[in-house]
Design a protein around this ligand. Structure first.
Ligand SMILES: [Zn+2]
Length: 216
């Protein structure tokens, strides 16, 4: 691990963004910027696990996987799958409240009768990462959940919208994805900005474990 630090104007950004890529073209910069995703993306879609989950529900119930998508046939017709209704207040910013038809799940009520291992799709979207580690124990992707947990993100729910993530959460989530690609140089741009001190400690512990080769 190499830390780059210095006063403003000392050339840190030039070193990292211009000089370093000249030597190592494949570096990855992980910062806190927004994902290029909209209101319909959530933690599971970001991790690339949504299709797998829909297929499980479809197979268990002998119905179409599209029923288990809030962007497709499964979408609540009242809120179009978003789970919230916007209330237009003439002189103030719009406020959002949970949709009264689907109670915020975003799914058509009839979709919730279909179960996978005694849970409906909304139950699974409401599961935290910690709960998912137990529920999906032994599955190939629980390693990703375990990395999220080690980074202090075990409290996130699987269906949490990406646009609701804080900057620190976004950065750690991106890191989870980057770690899948080995043999790379990863640059963390101001990784502790916005983090609670206890989360900073978790991040440091995680980086220590990476350097020791304890996490791959
Ligand atoms: Zn709804």
């Amino acid at each position: 691990m190499t830390a780059v630090t210095g006063v403003a104007g000392s050339g840190k950004s030039t070193l990292i963004n211009k000089v370093l890529p000249g030597f190592y073209p494949n570096i990855t910069v992980v910062d806190q910027s927004l994902f290029a995703t909209g209101i319909r993306s959530n933690l599971l879609t970001y991790l690339g696990l949504s299709d797998d989950l829909r297929t499980r529900f479809a197979k268990a119930n002998h119905v179409s996987p599209k029923l288990f998508s809030r962007n497709s046939e499964g979408a609540c017709e009242n809120c179009r799958g978003i789970g919230v209704e916007k209330i237009d207040l003439a002189f103030m910013d719009d406020i959002e409240q949970p949709c009264e038809v689907c109670s915020g799940s975003g799914f058509k009520p009839e979709v919730l009768q279909y179960l996978y291992r005694d849970k409906n799709i909304a139950d699974i979207m409401n599961m935290t990462v910690e709960e998912a580690i137990v529920f999906f124990a032994g599955e190939w992707y629980t390693g990703t959940f375990e990395i999220l947990s080690k980074l202090g993100l075990g409290y996130l729910s699987l269906g949490q919208r990406l646009d609701r993530f804080s900057g620190g959460e976004r950065q750690r989530l991106k890191l989870t994805k980057e770690l899948k690609h080995s043999n790379k140089i990863i640059v963390l741009d101001e990784p502790s900005t916005g983090l609670h001190p206890s989360d900073t400690q978790k991040l440091l512990d995680f980086v220590d474990a990476l350097v020791d080769g304890a996490i791959r």
